[in-house]
Design a protein around this ligand. Structure first.
Ligand code: PAF
Length: 289
């Protein structure tokens, strides 16, 4: 069936009412790639219908971030959503989503004090608020988010639990290029030499994993190891390399696992990635050891 594309909230309500059975939501900002296609296919396994959203959400970008430059590729996105099995695509305007006088914001301070939080003030408030709105607008049974945005996923889980939103949140494994680079819409900002350098993020995560597996439990020691590998990349500026508790995103607690997360700017691109140090190493990262 061809995908139905709606731009207004009124049309969305009408189209949503026609969808029977279980419904899954895959929210995106567009510029879709194979990682998104995988999310939609996974969503389809969990539901009779998949609603995808494409909305470059202005409130989650800081004043000097890439809101204007963020690629808008709606025709391509619609074709990808359709091929991956989505029934409905919601592509609203900012005016639809944020009518004049809009003043509500959702924040989860305890989960946003570290990692990307301090580097992107207001970002997670923007994400939490838009995701809550999209969940209300689409009434899905389940919503799928990539684990690449680990902190985002933690915030969304917290919000949906705390506000009793009654939707299941599923985190999907990060989809990686053959050399380990996590797929991201922002990878297209990389020049060929930066793209080569970007593999350094995967190397840092793989070495962090190896240190943990060898018994290292000092977050700082693993962070220094990772920092050494990414700070030497040409054209790079490191926002952070951190090893934190997988649920609280704060200090490690013995025997409760760890996630290593990093954010590195390479030229125009700000790349993030993460890895559970107490899980199996993804095949594409094992080549870096
Ligand atoms: O991960 C993204 O693409 C965005 O942060 C999301 C969840 C679609 C909210 O705008």
């Amino acid at each position: 069936m061809p995908i139905q594309i709606v731009h207004s909230i009124q049309d969305l309500h009408h189209a949503r009412a026609q969808l029977s059975g279980r419904v899954a939501l895959v929210p995106t900002m567009g510029a879709l790639h194979e990682g998104h296609a995988t999310l939609i296919r996974l969503a389809r396994e969990h539901a009779d219908h998949v609603i995808a959203t494409v909305f470059v959400n202005p409130t989650q970008f800081g004043p000097h971030e890439d809101f204007d430059a963020y690629p808008r590729t709606l025709d391509h996105d619609a074709a990808l959503c359709e091929a991956a099995g989505a029934s409905l695509l919601f592509n609203p305007s900012a005016a639809q989503i944020y009518p004049a006088g809009f003043a509500t914001s959702i924040s989860v301070p305890s989960l946003t004090r570290r990692l990307c939080g301090p580097h992107r003030p207001g970002h997670f408030e923007g994400v939490a608020t838009i995701v809550t709105k999209l969940l209300h607008l689409t009434h899905p049974h389940i919503a799928i988010f990539g684990q690449k945005d680990y902190q985002q996923l933690a915030v969304i889980r917290r919000v949906t639990n705390d506000l009793h939103l009654g939707v299941e949140i599923l985190g999907a494994p990060t989809i990686r290029e053959a050399d380990g680079l996590a797929m991201s819409s922002r990878n297209r900002y990389l020049t060929p030499s930066q793209r080569q350098a970007a593999v350094g993020l995967s190397r840092a995560l793989a070495h962090g994993w190896a240190a943990w597996q060898a018994g290292e439990r000092r977050a700082e020691a693993i962070e220094q190891l990772g920092l050494k590998l990414v700070s030497s990349l040409p054209d790079s500026r490191v926002d952070y390399v951190e090893v934190v508790h997988p649920d609280s995103l704060d200090a490690l607690v013995p025997d409760q696992g760890a996630v290593m997360a990093l954010a590195v700017r390479l030229g125009q691109a700000r790349l993030i990635d993460n890895l559970r140090l107490d899980d199996a190493l993804p095949a594409q990262l094992s080549a870096h050891l």
